[in-house]
Each structure stands twice: as structure tokens, then as C-alpha cells.
Design a protein around this ligand. Structure first.
Ligand code: DAH
Length: 342
């Protein structure tokens, strides 16, 4: 009996090392431990033995069983780790939803970095402003109808004896005087003021809260040439190398002369097409800072001169990206179907 058990064990160990697949291993397992497997049949013989043999052989059978079972498990693990999983590296990966910065945040970063490269300093001034900074110091006469163009939100607060009514900043031009004051009326000044602005307007192309960026340069001998050069620099660095700007005469209270700034159309390159009609697209306002504005900021207009320009961020960025947004208010909706396209 002892010999029989040892034979089964030795044969099993030999066959185990020869087994080269999981299915071969399974056949071997049935051959040994199956219902009529060799080991199972041998174990059944135990009851026919004499009592003194029974104990000894019983121990041997148990040990053999444990040894073989361990060897089976090891072999199974070995064979499984060799199984090659078929993998196709050309199948597109599963894309996980990924967040990113909002279009307006990207626009603000890009616009400020274009100006920072040529020495402009980014500024931030209050969203809740005084009439003085938004209008008064910018050469708007008291009760002048020009104030209506800005459709300002007024705050329900007592007027300041010095600064007048409190309001929501209707344009970034309010930063002009604040920057001159911050620098104590001492040019050179190169400011890029980029901020939220508020106006009482809401339709497909207007929102009550939007963003503007305002450039201002004050120094000795600053002329329209510097303004034009700066605008062309911005056009080619922000919109594309071949883009240029043109100035059209206009009127603003705080600049003299004043201009509307156009940029050459990138579809027809200036010759006129369906998008632009006559080769140019309107960007925003600009001009040479009015002497009264310099004076209000504590700067002597006989020594210094300067230029300024101010545009809407949303509009400018949509023009750059060629985005056709049917309703500008969509930019500020939290609808993922919209946001994921921006
Ligand atoms: N503040 C004007 C607006 O909101 C835009 C503007 C025009 C800004 C002329 C300027 C400028 O700096 O020189 O419509």
C-alpha cells in the first residue's frame, strides 16, 4: 500500500511538470483526484487495512494529498501567468470627461500675456465704482447725454460729495484715472486693465455683465504712430501674422482725436466678402488721451501725452476663434453641451 501511494505521488509529480496547458492540468487532476481517480481509489483501500497499518498509511495519504494539492496550485498559477491576453493597441482608448478653463478665462490670459510681452502691467480696479472715475474725470460734462450711451447701473447709495453717484463699472476706461493716481501722476504708464463691466443691456449680442480690456500708455512724445504700432502688434500676435488694423475717425469724450479700430478680415484679406462687407471688421474704440483727462490724473498735458483703447473681451475672442455663437448669453450658461464646445 505504501508503495502504491508513493508511486501515484511520483507519477503525478512527473506528469505535473510535463503539463503544458490548463486543460492538460485539468485532465491530470481528474486522473488523480477525480471520483475514480488513482488517489481517490487508493484512499478507499484504507478501510481494508489492519488497524496498525491504517494509522500509518492514513498519515502518508494525508501528507501526499497536501503535497500534491500544493503542487497543483503552483502549476496552475504558473500556467495562468503564461496565458497571453490578446490586446489590440489600435483600439481608441476610453476618453474620460476632462474639464478645462472657460473660454473667457483663456481669452483674458491670452490678451494680457500679449500686452505683458511689450511691457504693459495688468491692473485690476473696483467693479463698484464712482461716477467720477467712470465719467466725471473722463471729461464727461455733468448731465451730458453721452452718459446714456453707457446705460449704467446705479447703486442705491447716497452720492459722495466728491465722487458723485456709486455705480457698477460700465467700462474699463475708469481704470485710466485710477492708474494715473496710483502712479502719482508720474509717467511712464503702460497699463492693461482687464475687468468685468456692466451695462443695462440684454439681447442676443449683449449681456449685462461682460469683460473689457483697456490699454493706456502715457509718456513723453507719445503719438498716434505709437497707438497704431501697438494695435498692429496686438492684431498680428493675437489674431495672426498677416492681420493689420486701421483707424476710423470717431468721437469719445475722453480722447481727442478718437478712433474706431478695425482689423483686416482674414477671409478675404481686406478685399471685401460676405463676412466683413468691405474688408474690415470692427474691434473697438481708441484715441489720444484728452488733455483734461491727463490733468484729472495729475499729469501735465504740456509735457506728456498718451493713447488709450478699450474693447470687449468676448467679442474679440469670438472673432479670433471664428466662433459663431447665436446668442452671446450662452457663454455664461452652465450648460455642458455649450461649455464643452467652447
Ligand atoms: N470705453 C469705451 C467703451 O466702453 C471704449 C473706449 C473708447 C476706450 C476709446 C478707450 C478709448 O480707451 O480711447 O465703449
Amino acid at each position: 500500500m505504501r508503495e502504491l501511494v508513493n508511486n501515484i505521488k511520483n507519477q503525478a509529480i512527473a506528469s505535473l511538470s510535463d503539463a503544458s496547458s490548463l486543460s492538460e492540468l485539468e485532465i491530470l487532476r481528474i486522473d488523480i483526484f477525480g471520483r475514480s481517480g488513482k488517489f481517490t481509489l487508493a484512499s478507499k483501500e484504507l478501510k481494508n487495512l489492519k488497524p496498525e497499518e491504517k494509522k500509518e498509511i492514513g498519515i502518508l495519504i494525508n501528507e501526499t494529498k497536501n503535497t500534491l494539492e500544493t503542487l497543483f496550485i503552483e502549476k496552475k498559477n504558473e500556467l495562468e501567468s503564461n496565458v497571453r491576453v490578446w490586446f489590440d493597441p489600435t483600439i481608441p482608448a476610453i476618453k474620460r470627461p476632462q474639464g478645462r478653463l472657460h473660454m473667457i478665462t483663456r481669452a483674458i490670459d491670452e490678451i494680457s500675456s500679449v500686452f505683458e510681452k511689450i511691457g504693459f502691467t495688468r491692473t485690476r480696479y473696483p467693479e463698484v465704482e464712482w461716477d467720477y472715475y467712470a465719467f466725471g474725470a473722463l471729461n464727461f460734462p455733468k448731465n451730458h447725454p453721452a452718459r446714456d450711451d453707457w446705460e449704467t447701473f446705479f447703486i442705491d447709495e447716497k452720492d459722495s460729495p466728491k465722487y458723485g453717484p456709486m455705480l457698477l463699472t460700465p467700462h474699463t476706461s475708469s481704470g485710466q484715472i485710477r492708474e494715473m493716481e496710483r502712479l502719482k501722476g508720474k509717467p511712464p504708464i503702460r497699463m492693461i486693465n482687464l475687468a468685468k463691466t456692466y451695462r443695462r443691456q440684454s439681447d442676443a449680442s449683449h449681456i449685462p455683465m461682460f469683460h473689457q480690456f483697456e490699454g493706456m500708455v502715457v509718456d513723453k512724445d507719445i503719438s498716434v504712430v505709437n497707438l497704431k504700432g501697438t494695435l498692429d502688434y496686438f492684431a498680428s500676435n493675437f489674431f495672426g501674422k498677416e492681420r493689420v488694423t486701421r483707424l476710423r475717425p470717431y468721437h469719445f469724450q475722453f480722447t481727442e482725436p478718437s478712433f474706431e479700430v478695425d482689423i483686416s478680415c482674414n477671409v478675404c484679406k481686406g478685399s471685401g466678402c460676405k463676412l466683413c462687407k468691405e474688408g474690415w471688421l470692427e474691434l473697438g474704440g481708441a484715441g489720444m488721451i484728452h488733455p483734461n483727462v491727463l490733468k484729472a490724473g495729475g499729469i501735465d498735458p504740456n509735457v506728456y501725452s498718451g493713447f488709450a483703447f478699450g474693447w470687449g473681451v468676448e467679442r474679440t475672442y469670438m472673432m479670433k476663434e471664428g466662433l459663431a455663437v447665436p446668442d452671446i448669453r450662452l457663454l455664461y450658461s452652465s450648460d455642458l453641451r455649450v461649455l464643452s464646445q467652447l
